[in-house]
Design a protein around this ligand. Structure first.
Ligand code: MG
Length: 336
């Protein structure tokens, strides 16, 4: 796969991180810090965390920032932005960052449906879109695919499963038969339907493997995250729902797989650390230095796999039904 990408005058990729204080955003800043020879942060946005925005803008000398929630536009801390840094307010200002001439790649790490407009702005401006916001594809995958087809723009998936599949498809994608998304099973793996009646939000927030934001962690516990990822995979790779299977893999070492017509499967393995897909997308196509700790399979010892208990976790069945009806039903599912 090829990506038309521009670079700055010094050869570095100029990156906008939209949603820079969430779990993905802060890890992306970490990647940019570690790879400052290849990545330059030129735009940042937050919803309302203005103190963290100012700190990051100062550290990376960022020329443009935006605050989505206009109620935080008068926060006193914004006076401490670096001299010359342009400040925009509101959702449209966030989209304007995606369109800037000094931005080559837009990482959309905004949570929920609010990310869609920024994703659309990035693609229609011919930027490389590193997409961590799965709702963009769940809500408007058809639209974004049309934009990609019309402009030649491409989406690099930051979601770990989808990046793993992207990786495995490079080379022999034409011979792929189906995709296999792995799922950790979340906080409630192994529980039966009746046992799930009494679980609490606090329990749902204790994810066994991944360090993520609250919404996605709860969605992992119900497998709704995997339901959204199923829709995301169908939209990214243009597949019908029966071509995407899900396997519970509690160790989260196998990030996902591609099954080929010859009966073989390719998997991407690594430690569960989001800096791997974030960094791989920003530095694509070549990553010459470590992003995460190397995987020690002997230390892991055992990798296990099991089928999803569809009775206890009906979210995947709902997503398959939504995909079979039409993409509008995926919007309803996401809203619900
Ligand atoms: Mg994922």
């Amino acid at each position: 796969m090829s990506f038309q990408t521009t670079y700055g005058p010094d050869g570095r990729l100029r990156v906008a991180i939209l949603g820079c204080t969430g779990s993905i955003g802060t890890q992306a800043l970490d990647v940019c810090r570690q790879h400052a020879d290849r990545l330059q942060v030129t735009a940042l946005s937050v919803n309302s965390s203005t103190s963290e925005l100012v700190a990051a803008a100062r550290e990376f000398s960022v020329p443009a920032v935006a605050v989505a929630d206009v109620a935080h536009g008068d926060d006193a801390v914004l006076q401490e932005l670096p001299e010359g840094t342009k400040l925009g307010l509101g959702a449209q200002a966030v989209c304007e960052l995606a369109r800037r001439d000094d931005v080559d790649c837009v990482l959309v790490a905004i949570v929920g449906a609010a990310g869609l407009e920024a994703s659309h702005a990035a693609l229609t401006s011919n930027k490389r879109l590193a997409l961590a916001n799965k709702e963009s594809l769940v809500l408007a995958g058809d639209l974004l695919r049309y934009v990609c087809a019309a402009t030649g723009a491409s989406i690099l998936p930051v979601d770990s499963e989808h990046f793993a599949i992207f990786d495995c498809l490079c080379g022999r994608g034409d011979d792929a038969d189906h995709l296999i998304l792995t799922a950790s099973g979340g906080a409630f793996r192994g529980r039966k339907k009746e046992e799930l009646a009494s679980v609490t939000p606090a329990q749902a927030l204790r994810h066994p493997n991944w360090n993520m934001g609250a919404k996605i962690t709860v969605d992992s516990g119900t497998l709704m995250n995997k339901a959204l990822e199923l829709i995301e995979a169908c939209q990214l790779y243009g597949l019908s729902e029966e071509k995407v299977r899900v396997l519970v893999h509690p160790q989260s070492i196998v990030h996902s797989l591609v099954a080929f017509r010859d009966g073989s499967q390719l998997a991407q393995l690594g430690v569960p650390d989001m800096r791997l897909p974030i960094g791989a997308c920003l530095l694509w196509p070549r990553v010459e230095s470590p992003l995460v700790a190397p995987l020690d399979l002997a230390a892991v010892g055992t990798l296990t796999f099991e089928n999803v208990d569809d009775e206890a976790f009906p979210a995947l069945t709902l997503a398959r039904r939504a995909l079979r009806v039409r993409s509008g039903m995926c919007v309803v599912l996401n809203g619900a």
